[in-house]
Design a protein around this ligand. Structure first.
Ligand SMILES: NC(=O)C1=CN([C@@H]2O[C@H](COP(=O)(O)OP(=O)(O)OC[C@H]3O[C@@H](n4cnc5c(N)ncnc54)[C@H](O)[C@@H]3O)[C@@H](O)[C@H]2O)C=CC1
Ligand SMILES: [Mg+2]
Length: 352
């Protein structure tokens, strides 16, 4: 595109610059808060807090969806004093994001007994009454939250869980200390720094050119089929994980591979899902299902999958009785992969 292409184009460039500028400013502010304890403490004064109890977020029901209420530091201090607690528990809060206006967002769990709040966990029912909400498990609420809250609460839960599970140094056995933002923990006796862990998982929709492979684990909800997933082993590239998982679980060899997108997935313990499309070698489509890992695996035609996608609600399908299976909900990256394949089935060769 030429830089001298008239007023409309200049306006477009100006708006692009403005958008990028807001994003960069926000990102750098968050980066500062992560590392600078004093700046982060200051941001808590004007920030907003999302509350949890034993990793279940505080939510309010509004018509067909859940809303995640925010609380100011002052409101939290009043709440803690009402229940006879000191404000030390606030030290357990973790930074999870900020608004475009640089209002920092934090998450705090009032039900976990961590090092800075021993014996300070608050009674769930009492807080629910005081805050006019309910602590609801994320497994139940995730699909009834808007996209922004779903993402924020998933991040918050993952970070709170990680801190709860990493209270002690694995080398010295001494208690570790969280920095103010919660971006790391440090062992004061040997200065080892612990960072929140991310577990990468590859999820692949395998196709033979005309059909796609869908699988079921016994832990899936009844009737649900999904794409094939597996954790990356240490030392593996993503391509190697895809190749190994497909060989292990259904006994096939991958010919072509194409990256699609990625997603943070909170269940059961927070993973980074990396989504790919793959095709198998021509003429090699016979499945040898590993029954220790999967309950079932089968090829499905594009028409079958398109039909299920159109009415992807388990209760609809039970009523009609016509469709024998259903697919993961829209928010799950497996859904996006399957939709992409139905709309545009292509793949590039797998690198050697
Ligand atoms: N968002 C989405 O659309 C979907 C997400 N998933 C997620 O993908 C994840 C992995 O899928 P699976 O087929 O179960 O993986 P998998 O095929 O690697 O099998 C799980 C086994 O891998 C081992 N493992 C290795 N590293 C592990 C780690 N860091 N954490 C836990 N187990 C580890 C364990 O023995 C475990 O039993 C699951 O957590 C599942 O929730 C699965 C399908 C769809
Ligand atoms: Mg698997």
């Amino acid at each position: 595109m030429s830089l001298y292409c008239g007023t409309a184009c200049r306006r477009k460039i100006f708006w692009c610059y403005r958008l990028l500028s807001t994003y960069v400013t926000k990102t750098r502010y968050l980066c500062e808060l992560k590392e600078d304890d004093d700046a982060c403490k200051k941001a808590q004064q004007t920030g907003a807090f999302y509350l949890f109890h034993n990793l279940a977020p505080l939510l309010q029901k509004s018509e067909h969806q859940y809303l995640a209420p925010q609380h100011s530091l002052l409101e939290l201090e009043r709440l803690l004093s009402k229940f006879g607690q000191d404000s030390q528990i606030l030290e357990d809060s973790v930074l999870i994001g900020c608004s475009e206006e640089q209002e920092a967002w934090f998450a705090l769990d009032l039900g976990l007994n961590s090092s800075s709040s021993i014996n300070a966990s608050l009674q769930k029912a009492e807080i629910e009454t005081a805050l006019q909400g309910s602590f609801i498990k994320l497994t139940k609420a995730l699909f009834e939250l808007n996209v922004k809250d779903a993402s924020l609460l998933s991040t918050a839960q993952a970070l709170l869980r990680w801190h709860d599970a990493h209270q002690f140094c694995s080398r010295s056995g001494q208690p570790t200390k969280k920095n103010v933002s919660g971006s790391k923990r440090v062992c004061p006796s040997n200065n080892i720094i612990y960072y929140p862990q991310v577990a990468p998982v590859v999820i692949t929709l395998v196709s033979d050119g005309t059909r796609c492979l869908l699988v079921r684990q016994s832990s899936f909800p009844k009737g649900m089929y999904s794409a094939l997933a597996g954790f990356c082993d240490i030392g593996e590239s993503l391509e190697e994980t895809v190749r190994r998982e497909i060989a292990e679980e259904v006994g096939l060899e991958v010919d072509r591979l194409h990256y699609s997108a990625s997603q943070h997935w909170p269940f059961p313990n927070s993973t980074l899902m990396i989504a790919c499309h793959a095709t198998v070698k021509p003429g090699q489509t016979e499945l040898q299902v590993n029954l220790r890992e999967l309950e079932a695996a089968a090829w499905f035609s594009r028409d079958e999958v398109a039909t299920v996608l159109r009415r992807n609600n388990p209760s609809n399908q039970q009523q009609s009785g016509a469709v024998p299976f259903w697919l993961p909900p829209k928010l799950a990256i497996a859904h996006q992969l399957i939709k992409e394949w139905v709309e545009k089935p292509t793949c590039s060769p797998l690198p050697a």
